[in-house]
Design a protein around this ligand. Sequence first.
Ligand code: C2O
Ligand code: CU
Ligand code: CU
Length: 473
Amino acid sequence: MSQRPHNGTVFGRRAFLAGSAATAAVTALPGTALGAERTNSVTLTAAKARVPIVGPPHPMTDVWCYNGTSPGPVLRARQGSRLKVVVRNRLTEPTTVHWHGLRVPNNMDGVPYVTQPPIVPGQDFTYDFALPDAGTYWYHPHVNGSEQVGRGLAGALIVEELSPPRVDRDVLWVLDDWRLTRRAAIAGNFGHPRDLSHAGRLGNTATINGRVPTRFTIRAGERIRLRLVNVANARTFGLKFEGHAPKIVALDGQPVSPHEPPGGMIVLAAAQRADVILDATGEPGTRIRVLDAYYRRSAYKLVELDYAKTRLRPAVPDWPFDLRANPLAAPDLKSAQRHEILLEGGAMGGRITARGAQPMPRGAMWAINGSAMMETAKSWKPLLTLKHGTSHVFRLNNRTVFDHPMHLHGHSFRVIARNERPTNLREWRDTVLVRPRETVDIVFVADNPGDWMFHCHILEHMAAGMMAVIHVG
Ligand code: C2O
Ligand code: CU
Ligand code: CU
């Protein structure tokens, strides 16, 4: 099982470690705080820029990004309002924007050829949709995803509850993983066959809010709502806050019964989010390490919590923390239709046993029920057609030796079993990590009509065919 970062063309496992001389404190991102009006408008311009990912004395990094920063501006809006986003393509290739995790109408979903024509260079496209669900979401292109996201096109989108629970600070950490050269430039080997057929494009430089961080200042007694978003192409993060007991209160934007994660590790596969209550139980003047320990043999310190000299209050508050459930349709398990979904392919024992409805396209290395779909496909046959309003159980059966964070557009689903054992949390998600040789059962109501992508969010797996269309109608 080879899930370790590969260092191929780049040097050292962690190119720019947090803690090296010139790295910076965690910075807040530029945000577009959208008011409580019924419609909020914003423009996102996708273009090239130079940004200080590693920080001086290292050179700046050439990226592709929204509005000159990577990640792009934080879009913040109120639950129940509308969002109108004019996307201007000033790149040299087509793009789109997909609103990951949001239940938008199909024609606003940002999938080229499936829901809209790609936005060609020089053109604009206006997205306009309602925000029925509160939570932590994100946006990214759905064209040439491995390269466009890998070069920096991604941003967070926060839908605020009408009455948010009380905290001292609402903090966003957009986690990313870059493959940089010694000169802090983005390594150009996108689409390398080894990345496509193994664990995806794992990088060598982890960032928080687009910078290699050293420290995050915190005060004893403080309560923080920490929103974590993993925008990496492939890396799963496993965050451990030494000596602290953060509680997960939402996953992929959807409230979950507050719980401490197993082993104290907050796992975020590519595209996943977690909202965490972090109570500052440490002592003034101390430093606490935050580790990323998902890949055990290459755990590293991501950042340090740097406790201020003085307390905010004598002890952490015991304010109630209740998030109201979003208005998601409750699936009916009794009437649900069951579907077996085989995930096959990749390196090392990845034989494709199922016979798909269509021949395997050129360049495909992965398959879903024996079929593959490329990002550039202009025609397709749906993997499944689901009747509008009916409930469905997918048994995701991972027959490969790699992780696959599987994502469904336009819907959230409940994760009800792993290896046929019921889950405790029955958590709602839009992206679920299916480990090697594991089966995961998810259930949802197909209540959003249209053609919806269902794909692995390791963007190199997606680029090599691990994608399908689910038709709801
Ligand atoms: Cu963030 Cu089709 O995905
Ligand atoms: Cu999505
Ligand atoms: Cu995958």
